[in-house]
Design a binder for this molecule. Structure first.
Ligand SMILES: [Zn+2]
Length: 279
């Protein structure tokens, strides 16, 4: 398993490149580049980042802009969403490949099946462009939502990924916990999440899955804010997740999205090792 921060570690005053160097130096092996407020990275820098990441044994991914909405009502917003996916995909390909994580869409009080087919249609348009530009080293990661108003249950996303090439579900454990009001108590719920994915995508995906983890505060409306990791009281609990991954022989990446980023990623990694896992 690989653990790493969502963005530049707090102790780093420099840019993404320095963030990568620091991440590798402290012993983490994954790094998610944040394009959440737009893709502002030159091709040269993306190439350099990829080169250094390979040299340090760190795997890269990125998080696409927050305003992507593949089920927007306005055509201009659909076009902009595709544009943002493409910018992220080109940067990721230049970095040497990896997952580009997006929040696919909002329901906006519409029928869930209708939203599903619209998301599929928009993603298909993006995937056609990705294919025509030969961006073959990227995967579009569809992140599970943290709010009931937002599209993206484990079922919806794993079904969608089974239908579309170059897409995967990105499991955000904190979101799954928050969207159902503190649902995850232990291994039973984590098992349900993995079983649903395995049902739709097969075991193979769970040998290289991509995910986000944080402790989280929530209300009836879903996620409120990310919290620092607490091994004893933090929700959702991490230890049963680590144990289950070890028991089932899964493998992949966990990106830490707590306010302490890299520092908490190290704590998660340590607990995972204590549980007998290789990281
Ligand atoms: Zn996200």
């Amino acid at each position: 398993m690989r653990f790493g921060p969502a963005g530049i570690p707090l102790a780093v005053e420099g840019d993404t490149l320095e963030g990568l160097e620091y991440t590798a130096k402290i012993g983490l092996r994954a790094y998610e580049v944040e394009f959440v407020r737009g893709v502002h990275m030159s091709r040269e820098k993306a190439l350099e980042l990829g080169k250094r990441a390979r040299a340090r044994g760190v795997s890269l991914s990125c998080h696409g802009p927050y305003w992507i909405n593949c089920a927007a009502r306005e055509k201009s917003k659909i076009a902009r969403s595709i544009h943002n996916i493409m910018d992220s995909a080109r940067a990721m390909q230049a970095m040497g490949g990896g997952v580009i994580v997006i929040h696919p869409a909002f329901y906006m009080e519409r029928d869930k099946k209708e939203v599903y087919s619209q998301v599929k249609e928009t993603l298909n348009l993006a995937l056609e462009k990705i294919k025509s530009e030969k961006l073959d080293k990227i995967l579009v990661g569809l992140e599970t939502s943290g709010k009931p108003t937002q599209f993206g249950t484990v079922e919806e996303l794993s079904m969608l990924s089974a239908e579309l090439p170059q897409t995967i579900p990105v499991i955000d454990f904190a979101h799954l916990h928050a969207v159902r009001n503190g649902w995850i108590k232990g291994k039973e719920q984590y098992s349900q999440i993995f079983d649903e994915i395995e049902k739709n995508l097969g075991l193979n995906y769970l040998k290289h899955f991509h995910s986000h983890y944080s402790n989280i505060e929530y209300t009836i409306k879903g996620e409120r804010r990310h919290l620092e990791f607490s091994p004893s009281t933090g929700e959702p609990p991490f230890k049963p997740l680590a144990e289950l991954i070890v028991e089932r022989g899964y493998d992949g990446t966990i990106i830490c999205e707590t306010p302490l980023l890299d520092q908490d990623a190290l704590r998660l990694q340590a607990i995972f090792r204590e549980a007998g896992g290789k990281a």
